[in-house]
Design a protein around this ligand. Structure first.
Ligand code: NAD
Length: 317
């Protein structure tokens, strides 16, 4: 099976929207900008709060740390296995007030005993680099300067890098979560696409997805999207990250997307793989937003970075 996937990827290489290539582009760009900041004696610092023991969050934090160092950012991890809601809020306030901390990223999910929505609102919106606070979501809706969630930014960065026109395109977004599906649909609509959002109560899903010039899936259900749900030539962006059993893998499991790659790739014009698609870009966008937070604080955000949208139909972000 592993072999078959690799052969398919090789065979359909021309159709792959390669997140690693786009992430490399951003790495170079951010490293260049970082040098200018370091000359001024400032190194943007990201604080990751890891509350609880969620395994994927622990793994993601390790990975994030490795990448942040590679890019040249500082990264502090606040690992709190047994933390109460009150203590977490106190930690957030301390980080808000710590001058050296540029951005705060709180890993989700939080332990069940903690009200995530309540806690998130305590993050200073200017340090809320995953754009989760109500203030930043409002700014996104009003096209004001703020922080846009990193995964939606990653989707836009891929579309932009590959110069994919969005004006007048029918886009179907699967998933309506506040951190992924909804912001993606807002950003795409701002680029003049006609966006349909589907969710767990949507009826006749294939009928809708087959109308899509661009299909974005962010649902978290392995292989829910197959070739019968893809319009020939469509662009497919798979945001889903799901772990499934795989007896051929040494770990006994592997990561896969929402899209059944092997069948959808035959029908799609372009497609993101999982892993190697949106994931690497999301990490790059976390660091990009950290740098943006520094630029915002020092009042030197480049003009190109001031809004969520622009008048063109290109995905530029
Ligand atoms: P979520 O559980 O908050 O939301 C899932 C959404 O999918 C909901 O809106 C739900 O209505 C919809 N949905 C569920 N079943 C459906 C179905 N059968 N048909 C249509 N819609 C359905 O999840 P989330 O936080 O938005 O994340 C979605 C996926 O994206 C997950 O797999 C997550 O791991 C992944 N993710 C990836 C990245 C990345 O960097 N690539 C980042 C964040 C999340």
């Amino acid at each position: 099976m592993l072999m078959k996937r690799e052969i398919l990827r090789g065979y359909f290489k021309m159709k792959i929207l390669d997140g690693k290539v786009v992430a490399h582009h951003w790495k170079k760009k951010l490293q260049q900008q970082l040098l200018q900041w370091k000359d001024k004696g400032i190194t943007p610092t990201l604080a990751i709060i890891l509350a609880g023991e969620d395994k994927p969050s622990v793994m993601y934090t390790h990975f994030m740390k490795k990448v942040a160092i590679e890019y040249g950012f500082n990264l502090n991890v606040y690992k709190e296995e047994n933390i109460t809601e009150k203590q977490l809020i106190t930690l957030i306030h301390t980080l808000n007030e710590t001058k050296e901390i540029t951005g705060i990223l709180m890993m989700m999910p939080l332990p069940k005993s903690i009200d995530a929505q309540k806690v998130i609102q305590h993050i200073n919106p200017d340090k809320d680099i995953d754009g989760l606070t109500t203030v930043n979501l409002g700014r996104l809706l009003n096209k004001e300067v703020g922080h846009i969630p990193c995964t939606p930014r990653a989707v836009m960065a891929i579309l932009s890098f590959y110069d994919i026109e969005l004006t007048g395109k029918n886009v179907v977004v699967l998933g309506r979560s506040t951190v992924v599906g909804k912001p993606i649909s807002i950003l795409l609509e701002e680029k003049n696409a006609t966006v349909t959002v589907c969710h767990s109560h949507t009826k006749n899903l294939p009928e809708i997805t087959c109308q899509a010039d661009i299909l974005v899936s962010a649902i978290g259900k392995p292989h829910l999207v197959n070739r019968d749900m893809v319009k020939p030539g469509a662009i497919v962006i798979d945001v889903g990250i799901n772990r499934i059993p795989d007896p051929e893998s040494p770990k006994g499991s592997r990561l896969t997307g929402d899209v059944e790659f092997e069948s959808a790739v035959e029908q799609a014009g372009w497609i993101t793989p999982v892993p190697g698609g949106v994931g690497p870009l999301t990490v790059a966008m976390v660091l990009r937003n950290t740098l943006r937070a520094a630029q915002l604080r020092h009042g030197c955000l480049p003009k190109s970075e001031t809004g969520a949208g622009s008048k063109t139909g290109k995905a530029g972000c």
